[in-house]
Every structure is written in C-alpha cells, then in structure tokens.
Design a protein around this ligand. Structure first.
Ligand code: ADP
Ligand code: ZN
Length: 794
C-alpha cells in the first residue's frame, strides 16, 4: 500500500501523509489530489512518497490529474521557498497554481469482472453498458446525468476501476533529490555510516539540483539497491518526469538590430551559461535606454534554441500586456502570458500550454516565477529593484528569490536587470555573488537627459494650488517649448485620486477611514472619499461631522487634480492619466498605445509611468513632487525615491531628440535627489550602504517582521509581547529585536496591529529565532503573520 505526502494549502509548515487506496493507481509527485482534512475536503499536491506506513492514516479521495501539473523542479523550489520565507509549501503551491486548472489528463474507467456480472439499474447500468466492450472510457466521454455520483458508487462496489487513460505518454525518467531534512543533523544521523549513501548525497549536494537516477548511478557507481534504500528511509525523494521532446526550430532575434559591444559582451556570457547548463546569477546594470530589453529577448531566444525554456518577470501586473507584446511579437505561440488579470480559466489554459511544453517562453508578474516551464534555461527579472516582486499577503514570497532558487536548480542563467538596482543586488554584485554586466551608455551614444532640480521653497505660492505648488515656472516654460515642437512629455505625481486629504478649515478635522488609521483620499474631482487601504468609499460630506463647519478643503494633489490643472495651463494639449484607477477602467495597454501613436502629448501618472516604457517621442519629464516617498517611515525611503526619480528621468530623450527632466522638491540637497539628478547609481549606493551598515539594515542583516493583529487592541498587544518575550528568551546569537510596537499603520480593516522586527546577521539564525517565537496556533482572537525580507514595514 502506497503512502504519499501531500502539501495542503494551510498555514501549517509541514506536509501531510495519506494512504492511496488499492483502486487508485499511485499518483505521481506533482499531481493534485483531494483529501479529507478534519471535516473538510481539501485539494493538495502530492510532493513525495513514504514507504513506511503509519497506522491510522486517512485515504486519498480522488486524484485530479493524470499527469503532474507541477514539474519536479517546481516542487523542489516550492519547498525551498517555503522554508526561506517561513511559510507552508502548500500555500506556496496554491498561490503558484491557477485555481481553475483543467485536469492534466483525465481519469478513465474500465469495467471489472465483478461489474460485468452485476445486476445494476439506472445511471449505473447505463455506465456499465458503455463499458461492456472492455474499452477504457473517460469521465468526460460519459454523457449521462448524475454520472459523478454513479461512478463513485460503482467504484466503491469495485464494479469499475480507474485506469490511466489511453493517451500516449512521453518517455519518462526517474529523478531524485535530497529531502530537506538531509541538510540537517537529523538526516546525517539517520544516514549513519552508510558510505555509499553519503556519496550519493554529497553528489546531489554538489550538483545543487535534482538528478536522474541514471545520472546518480553513473556518477557515484552505486547500485539501484542503495537508491531504493535511501528512498525507503525518506532521505531521498523521487519523482518521474517526461523527457524533453524535440527542440523547436526558431528564427533568431530581430535581424535589423546590430548589438552594441556592451550588449554583445553581456549576451555572450548569458548565452554560454544557458548552453552549458551553468547557473549564472548576474546583474545587468545598464543605464536607462541602454538596450537591456534587447538582451532579454536574445537570451530567451538562446534558451529556446538550446531546447530549453525561459521566464521573463515584469514588475507590474497592469503593465504585463504592454511588456508582453515584444515577447509575443518575437516568439508567437511559443510565448505565453501568465498573469492574474487573466480570468482563472485563461490562466489555467496558459499554464497547461506551458506545462505540456507547447509554450516555452513565459512572461508575467511575480506569480509567473512559478511557471511550469520545462527545463528553464534563463530567468529574466526585469526592473529587478521593483518592490512589487515581493508578495505582501501570505505566502509572502519574493519572486526574485524564487527565480534564483529555480535557476540554481535548473542550471540556468538568472538575469537581474535594472538601471537602478536594489541595494541588495548592487551589494551582491560588488561582493561577487552576482556577476556584474554593465551597459554604461545609451544605445547610439545618445546622451542621458539633463536634469534640473527645482527648489519648491523658492516658487511663489499660488492660492489655487492648495498647499503645494504643482507646476513650477521652469517646468511650464519647458513644457510649452516641447508641445510647440510636437514632442511629448511625462509628468509624475506619485498619488492617485484628486487630493490626499480633506480638511475642515474650522476645526482641522481630517476624515479618516473608520477601519484604518489613514486619511481617506479625495476622488472623482472632489465628490467622493476613498480609503486606499480597504477601498471603503463614500460621498464627500458637505459639512464637518465634528463642528458642522461648511468649508472643507481638498489639500494637496493626486493625478486627477494634476490633470485638471494641466488642462487649465495647456488648453487643447491632449493628455492621458495612467494610474491604477485608469488602468482598471481602460487598461494600461490602451493608454500606452495612445502615447506611442502620438495621440496623447502628455502622460500624467503615478509610478506606473516610470516603469520600463520606451516612448521615443518623450523629451521632457517633470517630477511634480519628489518628496512623497521620502517621508515614509521606512528604511528604504531614500532608495525608493532615488529609484523612482532616476527611472522616470530615464523615460526622457530616448529617441533622436535629447531630453530634459525637472525634479520639483522641498529637499534639493537630499542625497537621493542629488544622485538621481546626476544619474549616479554608484554614488548613491555607496552613501546609502554606509547608512545601512551603520544601522544594521539589509543587505547587512537578515530581516523579518512579525505582525500580530486583532479586533481588540489589548489582545494584539499581549500576543505580540508574548512573541517578543519568547524571541528574547530563545536568545539566538546575534539576534536584534525591535518592538513590539504599534505598526506604522496601526489599524487596518478594523484590526489593531503590532509589529516586532527581528534582525540577524545570517539567515539560519533568523529562521531559528522565528522557529522559537512564532506559535503554530496564534492565541485566540489574533492573527500572526511573518514577513521575511519585508519590502515595506507598514
Ligand atoms: P532599456 O531597457 O535598457 O531601458 P531598451 O531595451 O528599451 O532600453 O532600448 C532602448 C531603445 O533602443 C529601444 O527603442 C530599442 O529598440 C533600441 N535598441 C536597443 N538595442 C539597440 C541596438 N543595438 N541598436 C539600435 N537600437 C537599439
Ligand atoms: Zn480603510
């Protein structure tokens, strides 16, 4: 009797064992199964086999796939990701897999001897009659009503049985990888003095990826008996995988583009790693407009030419269709887009195309890091610095780390690309953990745009621009010139809506959200108030609820108000807004298309306008307020400001005509602004890393946040204190604790939130500390969330 381990979508950090009943052929690792769990039935993924049977195990109810929906390397990656981010593999897999995934192959049924002799009636009889020829018939091919229940009954009476469907299967090989516990003392102990076992495991360790059984036997000369013994003791896990089919024939790259020397050199390194199946973690640090995208496309072509696959991660869900165009243009139906704005059905179909090997180049936002690409040869992480690669809800994984883990497992190139790398990547490249590939100049030696910092303290105050001057004199002058020449402009305002606050002139009342500790934002040209955290929306009141005052003033400006003001200053100049609101209403691709075609002369928007666009007609960029992010209570505030300003600046002057940038700020001397204006990444990084080192922040420490929340403030605080106390008592060496303290966003959706920050000098100690202080079951009425490598501490 087979026993399988199943990863279940529960916040419990281990797998669960189930027996496979005789009537079901043992499912392969990577197939989905339905299993009983308490009173519920859950869908999980088979992740391995156990040969020792524990009494009292419950049985699998149903196997949903005929072939694994998860390729083996993905199972391995999910396990490592789960450990790395202190979460459960089941939750990682659940978030990886589309929720409406068609069964990978469907079960078929055959009549048994007992069934042939049985006296049945109704639907059961109809089904038996269909099967009497002895042929296997798929569930999908049975048309009668109530067939599911009838089939279940027939199965129970053993009148029919499930068989693998008649579908031809690709040839398979057996693969093995070291179980996670091998990396720990327990595994070493279990292994005892078996020298041959040791050899197998050190071979796998040195390889750093799963190997086929044949590979292991060839490299270590052990017999299959040794392997079987390791499987039996759970020290090795195994799975089967279809062997690769023939590589597709390809046209190579875009022929009319001749690579620059810099591009050529960078591409050569990446391509040779792809061909040699060598893990090459690299940082492509190239100024804006240096032609990074061309390298991504060619690296992907190289992978496909070598018969391998590719994954291209992009930073923004709403912009995925924009980025996807280049990939689809070049690779046609060998490309697939996997993103969450697709319907679940479409996402399921795309997944299946990729899994079955019909599509080999995948593009998408962070969740695409889990794409079931066969034998991936390159992972591109475009705009590597973007914090949207970190998932903010459970499971809190970082797609950059997922890509890295998978690239290592597969022996693939890992290409982080950015003009403004994250401090982590910049530092890793200087320490040699990432191979540094540089593109120091723009294509055709076009100049980087000239940047002028506009000190808002010196701008005259205008009564109609409530609080903050929006359009400084130098910016207006420059924009007039640009529009007169028929060129285009981008204006960045990092807040959406009409204005960030509504304020009562008489008493200063602020109109906060009733459930979150933030002010509500004014939307719809001043007609409504919206909480950006929970979405609560209502009409703007006409009087202050506190003092009854009737003068309510919208303070500051979001993109809506900027657009209004723009129309006043530049009547008749066609403009469009790109932010989350317009992306939802119109689709970002439509707005981008309007800019590319020239229908729109000025694009106004939030950080979405700064991300990777290539608009050759844009010659002026205005950053209306560079200070919004600077004021965030976050150790990355300066880094994010630097990146945003430098990125949006990089949209200017990418075509023939040279570009300009105006950066409006109240802090003209701030290093983030000064270095962004000088396009000086290395200068900024040197200064910023000095600060990070001195105050023990990433990349010089490993950081985790434990967030405790509850409807009642007391409970959240008490639970947080207990966790803090447990961590302190655990006394992991070199551990630094901050808090518990109220989170910067103290209330969210009606819950009170307390935060504890744990910092350690290495990952192992950090995870060990979490192990000692985070309870498996949070105290009654509270929730405990762990965020390893948090990207914001709100
Ligand atoms: P990045 O991603 O580094 O900001 P892009 O890849 O968008 O830069 O390239 C900027 C522009 O230069 C694009 O319009 C691209 O088509 C063009 N380009 C890229 N490489 C070359 C090349 N070798 N020769 C001519 N034009 C190029
Ligand atoms: Zn709210």
């Amino acid at each position: 009797m087979a026993v399988v381990s199943v990863a279940l979508p529960l916040p419990i950090r281990r797998d669960f064992s189930y027996r496979v009943p005789e009537r079901i052929p043992a499912p392969e690792a990577g197939t989905r199964v339905r299993v009983p769990f308490g009173e519920r039935v859950l869908t999980g993924v088979v992740v391995g086999f156990e040969e020792a049977e524990t009494p009292g195990l419950r049985e699998i109810l149903e196997v949903l796939d005929e072939e694994p929906v998860c390729p083996p390397d993905l199972l391995v990656a999910a396990e490592r990701v789960a450990r790395r981010f202190f979460t459960s593999r089941g939750e990682v897999l659940k978030s990886a897999l589309p929720s409406r995934l068609p069964a990978a192959g469907a079960a078929a049924y055959r009549i048994t001897e007992k069934g042939a002799l049985a006296r049945a009636s109704g639907t059961e009889l109809e089904i038996l009659d269909r099967l009497r020829s002895g042929e296997a018939v798929k569930m999908a091919d049975l048309a009668m009503e109530g067939k599911r229940e009838a089939i279940r009954n027939l199965e129970e009476k053993a009148w029919i049985r499930v068989v693998a469907a008649g579908r031809e299967r690709p040839p398979r090989s057996e693969w093995a990888y070291a179980a996670a516990r091998m990396e720990e003392q327990e595994g070493r102990r279990l292994l005892g003095r078996s020298r041959r076992g040791q050899e197998v495991l050190s071979y796998l360790e040195s390889l750093g990826r799963p190997a086929t059984a044949a590979e292991i036997r060839a490299a270590t000369r052990v017999g299959s008996a040794v392997l079987r013994d390791l499987f039996r003791r759970g020290l090795l896990l195994r799975f089967e995988q279809g062997r690769r089919r023939e590589p597709p024939v390809l046209p190579s790259g875009r022929p009319n583009v001749v690579l620059t020397d810099g591009q050529e050199a960078a591409l050569a390194q990446v391509s040779s790693a792809v061909r040699e199946r060598r893990f090459l973690p690299a940082l492509l640090q190239g100024v804006t407009g240096s032609g990074k995208t061309e390298i991504y496309l060619r690296a992907i072509a190289a992978a496909l030419e070598a018969g391998r696959g590719a994954v291209w991660l992009v930073p923004e869900i709403a912009l995925t269709p924009v980025f996807a165009r280049a990939l689809i243009r070049q690779f046609g139906d060998r490309a697939a887009v996997l993103h969450s704005a697709l319907s679940e059905r479409e996402r399921g179909q795309a997944w299946e195309r990729v899994r079955a090997g019909r599509a080999r180049a995948v593009i998408g936002p962070r969740s695409a890091a889990f794409a079931p690409v066969l034998d991936p040869g390159v992972f591109v992480v475009d705009e590597e610095h973007d914090s949207s690669y970190k998932q903010r809800e459970s499971p809190r994984y970082d797609a950059r780390e997922v890509a890295s883990i998978r690239a290592k497992t597969a022996g693939a190139a890992l290409l982080f690309g950015s003009a403004t790398p994250s401090m982590e990547a910049w530092h890793a490249a200087r320490e040699g953990r990432l191979q540094l590939l540089r593109l120091p100049t723009r294509v055709d030696d076009r100049p980087l745009p000239s940047v002028q910092i506009v000190d808002l303290k010196r701008e005259p105050f205008r009564a109609d621009e409530k609080g903050v001057p929006l359009f400084s004199r130098p910016l207006v002058e420059r924009l007039r010139e640009v529009f007169a020449r028929g060129e285009q402009a981008i204006l960045l305002q990092p807040r959406r809506g009409f204005a960030p606050f509504l304020l009562c002139r008489d008493c200063g009342h602020e109109f906060r959200c009733s459930r979150c500790s933030v002010s509500r934002t004014v939307h719809d040209r001043g007609r409504s108030l919206v909480c950006h955290y929970c979405g609560e929306k209502g009409p703007r009141p006409s009087r202050c609820p506190d003092c009854g005052g009737g003068v309510l003033e919208a303070i500051g400006a979001g993109t809506e108000r900027v657009a209004d003001r723009f129309a006043e200053i530049f009547p008749g100049v066609p403009h469009a807004v790109l932010d989350r609101d317009t992306a939802r209403r119109r689709g970002a691709a439509a707005v981008v298309e309007d800019v590319l075609s020239g229908r729109v002369a000025c694009l106004i928007g939030t950080q979405m306008v700064a991300k990777g666009h290539d608009f050759p007609g844009v010659t002026a960029v205005g950053v209306l307020s560079a200070d919004t992010l600077l004021n965030f209570p976050d150790f990355r505030a300066a880094e994010k400001t630097f990146q945003l300003v430098a990125q949006v600046a990089g949209r200017s002057g990418r075509g023939q005509a040279p570009g300009t940038v105006h950066v409006q700020t109240f802090h003209p001397q701030h290093p983030a602004i000064r270095h962004a204006a000088a396009h000086d990444v290395d200068g900024f990084a040197a200064e910023e890393l000095g600060f990070r080192r001195a105050f023990f922040y990433p990349p010089f420490c490993e950081l985790a946040a434990v967030l405790v929340s509850s409807q009642e403030r007391e409970r959240a605080q008490t639970a947080a204190e207990q966790i803090g106390e447990a961590a302190r008592r655990g006394g992991a060496p070199g551990l630094r604790l901050s808090g518990p303290a109220p989170a910067p966003l103290e209330r969210l959706l009606g819950r009170w939130r307390f935060q504890i920050l744990l910092r350690a000098s290495d990952r192992r100690s950090l995870l060990a500390a979490l192990e000692t202080c985070v309870p498996e079951h949070p105290p009654a009425g509270t929730q405990v969330a762990v965020d390893v490598d948090p990207q914001d501490l709100m």
